[in-house]
Ligand binder design. Structure first.
Ligand SMILES: NC(=O)c1ccc[n+]([C@@H]2O[C@H](COP(=O)([O-])OP(=O)(O)OC[C@H]3O[C@@H](n4cnc5c(N)ncnc54)[C@H](OP(=O)(O)O)[C@@H]3O)[C@@H](O)[C@H]2O)c1
Length: 450
């Protein structure tokens, strides 16, 4: 964090949000932020927050994938120091759109994303790329000891133990952007009176290198992970084969990118979130209960040892969780309404139907076996979702591909039941094992498409 005059183009900010000039130019603490995935749903929400709070955030790095037109628009508004795109062709395309005097440095590919996550001009990194592509930049951000706001859940699913161990070693805090994990963090961190990130080392919470398999706190008894249930909650399984991408992309409560929207329809999103919660909060999978809550008002709940349950609520708007992850412990004014409880009348909770949505069982198995199996589950899901979006497979085949790939995998495992107490401080697989397992799972899942 540095103290500088806000370098915003005040006229630009004024045009967009009618800011009073006196507000926009005052001298204040500004967090310099890198956004990886700036053209996506999370990235765009984050940029809206930055525009609403120019006194808090200066965007110094923007990284996208293919959408250079939108990135160019963002560059014009936010004037970052560097921008990153998927490949050299996209970099050339971006250069051709931007004015020659833009002064921005443009990079591409894996090295570019790692640079975006670790650049010297950055205090905080929002990791909002989709899929496995997020892992290496996340590790680069940890290495560079940045404040991390993590939306890319795939990072923690693939290599959560390794990532959390590295974060603990480097003294880096990872703030969750996923609304459920933000909710859990808010319930645990704020209400128990022990801001667990502040006391991370004493509590060993969010610090799986110390003891990845055993709960280190004695007050959190249960995590109730809420799920909207997706658009097919009430669709009979026999009809699943008729589901087309356009049906599955129509999420009832959240407006998100296409991959996570399909994941929500299969409940694979919740499966990924189970693993994410196990890794992030260092709780055993048996302490996590998924509960379907179609209104998406309760974003998750935590049950404590005295029988109390604390829930975090709000309208489904990702800006809350994104801004909290970036500005913790401060809460920013986001002009978001409260739910109208009287109109809602009641909040609905249901048991998930595992016979229709086996995804949750995949996650439990992945957590129990650990090792490289979660990475395999994630990779098989990415291949299956892509195939479904390209109309190569039908909806139920997503489950078949993931299940078969997981069953075929020869795990480099660290099974919860068999691991010895003396071995609990070590992680018995490496990042290379994870990367190899990811590659193997992609090839295997691809071969299962037909
Ligand atoms: N959306 C939500 O409400 C939400 C909620 C919780 C968690 N998340 C998580 O946040 C992440 C982003 O979700 P999203 O909904 O924002 O996704 P999205 O709308 O699909 O956006 C994905 C972003 O990642 C970029 N990207 C895609 N593939 C890439 C690659 N191989 N290398 C580099 N960049 C790449 C895209 O760039 P281009 O568009 O320029 O190609 C885009 O900026 C996911 O991990 C998701 O699970 C999202």
């Amino acid at each position: 964090m540095i103290k500088i005059d806000t370098p915003y183009d005040v006229n630009q900010v004024k045009t967009i949000y009618s800011y009073r000039e006196s507000e926009a130019v005052r001298v204040c603490d500004i967090k310099r932020v890198s956004i990886l995935g700036s053209t996506g749903s999370i990235g765009r929400n984050a940029l809206d927050i930055a525009l609403m709070h120019p006194e808090k955030f200066k965007i110094t790095v923007l990284a996208a994938g293919n959408n250079v037109n939108l990135l160019a628009e963002q560059i014009k508004i936010f004037k970052p120091e560097i921008a990153v795109v998927l490949n050299e062709r996209k970099a050339d395309e971006l250069k051709s759109i931007l004015p020659s005097n833009s002064g921005i440095e443009i990079y591409w590919g894996d090295e570019g994303y790692k640079l975006a996550a670790s650049h010297k001009s950055v205090d905080a990194v929002l990791l909002a790329m989709v899929g496995a592509a997020g892992l290496m930049p996340a590790l680069a951000a940890i290495d560079a000891q940045k404040h991390i706001a993590l939306a890319n859940k795939e990072t923690l699913v693939m290599a959560g133990e390794l990532v959390m161990a590295k974060a603990a070693e480097k003294g880096v805090k990872i703030y969750p952007v996923d609304s459920e994990h933000s909710a859990i963090f808010q319930c645990i961190g704020e209400k128990v009176g022990q801001h667990f990130y502040a006391n991370m080392d004493e509590n060993n919470f969010n610090n799986s290198s110390n003891n990845p398999n055993k709960k280190n706190n004695n007050y959190v008894k249960k995590i109730f992970l809420t799920a909207s249930g997706g658009p097919f909650r009430n669709t009979p399984f026999e009809k699943f084969k008729d589901i087309k991408p356009e049906h599955a992309l129509n999420h009832p409560t959240w407006n998100m990118g296409s991959k996570i929207t399909i994941d929500s329809a299969t409940l694979m999103n919740k499966a990924l979130e189970i693993v994410e919660a196990v890794r992030l909060f260092n709780v055993p999978v048996s302490d996590i209960e998924v509960i379907v809550h179609p209104q998406s008002i309760v974003h998750s709940m935590v049950g404590f040892n005295d029988g109390s349950i604390i829930a975090q609520m709000g309208l489904p708007d990702m800006k809350s969780a994104i801004s909290y992850a970036l500005s913790y412990p401060e809460r920013l004014d986001l002009k978001i309404d409260f739910p109208d409880f009287a109109t809602l009348g009641h909040l609905i909770f249901e048991k998930p139907d595992i016979s229709k949505f086996p995804s949750l069982e995949f996650a439990v198995e992945a957590c129990k076996q650990g090792g490289t199996l979660p990475a395999v589950m994630n990779a098989a899901n990415e291949i299956a979702v892509n195939a479904f979006l390209n109309n190569e497979i039908d909806f139920p085949k997503i489950f078949t591909i993931i299940e078969k790939t997981m069953k075929m995998h020869r795990n480099i495992e660290r099974h919860e039941d068999i691991i010895k107490e003396s071995e609990r401080n070590t992680i018995s697989y490496t990042l290379d094992d994870v990367i190899n397992a990811d590659k193997w799972a992609r090839e295997t899942a691809t071969s299962l498409k037909f």
